[in-house]
Design a protein around this ligand. Structure first.
Ligand SMILES: C[S@@+](CC[C@H](N)C(=O)[O-])C[C@H]1O[C@@H](n2cnc3c(N)ncnc32)[C@H](O)[C@@H]1O
Length: 264
């Protein structure tokens, strides 16, 4: 037995694997902290590209941040003529994606963000076996924020004034407040993790669908848990597409984002 363990070939293989695993662990820790740094992301907003994406796509945080930044920029650049209305974000947390979009969108565009600013409104419900990066979501997650914190991030990065509404997407008062702020929305960035929240988000923007104008519906957190956002989206589409008869075109994706264009 001892001889088997001391086999030099096996020992060498063990040490090579051990060293390589540790190097990967340290490398990933370093990349996680780098790509969770808002200052670093803002400095590189216009320099990240497909090449940087390929270089870092094995790290989950880098893949997500570079991927979504490149896609946001491409969407705004390539569809500028169709983006005639306002920008709405459903799921703001600390406002990072609001800061990104502020830098990409025409300065005259109105931006609105809606969140509880107290975290997820409930736990994951009926999520089946299997997971990608999270087993399930828990009520209150992302609660470490406030409208003041978002406003301070917006100010720090010299963004335009963004209207922030506090409440859940399904609340009728939120629907009314949104109506007062905007009559035409072109981009909806939905970043809310939960299946019911995604469904409620889409129901909130239903009144803004216009047969003559496209709406870009962008999902962050697509499939972070396979039963959450995709299920909420398909439920809403299955209920509404037969009646409203819209077309959906998938424009851009990354591992955890999916951007659609809805038109008639
Ligand atoms: C992942 S965070 C958003 C991250 C942010 N967009 C960013 O890029 O940094 C998800 C947010 O969705 C919000 N949220 C989820 N469901 C909601 C609902 N039904 N109504 C309001 N806010 C909701 C949570 O409070 C949380 O702040």
């Amino acid at each position: 037995m001892l001889l088997k363990i001391l086999n030099p070939y096996k020992l060498l293989r063990f040490f090579t694997e051990f060293t390589s695993n540790n190097i990967n662990f340290i490398k990933n820790k370093y990349l996680n902290s780098k790509f969770y740094d808002l200052n670093y992301l803002i400095q590189n907003l216009f320099s990240f590209d497909e090449k940087t994406y390929s270089k870092y796509c094995n790290n989950i945080v880098a893949e997500h941040q570079i991927g979504r930044i490149v896609n946001m920029r491409n969407l705004v650049d390539k569809h500028r003529n169709e983006i005639t209305g306002d920008f709405l974000e459903l799921g703001v947390f600390e406002g990072w994606s609001l800061v990104f979009f502020d830098k990409f969108l025409d300065k005259k565009k109105k931006m609105i963000g809606i969140d509880t600013f107290e975290g997820l409104p409930h736990d994951s419900v009926n999520v089946s076996l299997g997971q990608k990066s999270v087993p399930k979501w828990v009520k209150g997650e992302f609660g470490s924020t406030s409208t003041l914190k978002v406003e301070s991030n917006l100010k720090k990065f010299k963004c335009r004034k963004v209207s922030l509404l506090k409440g859940v997407f399904a609340d009728r008062k939120i629907h009314e407040q949104l109506k007062k702020l905007s009559s035409h929305i072109s981009i909806v960035h939905i970043d809310c993790d939960l299946r019911d929240s995604a469904y409620d988000a889409l129901d909130l923007v239903k009144d803004y669908l216009n047969s003559k104008k496209s709406m870009f519906i962008l999902f962050d957190d697509w499939g972070v848990h396979q039963n959450e956002i995709p299920d909420g989206f398909y439920k809403w589409v299955n209920e509404n597409q037969p009646i409203l008869k819209f077309n959906l075109e998938k424009l851009y994706t990354t591992n955890y984002t999916r951007y659609y264009k809805l038109s008639f």
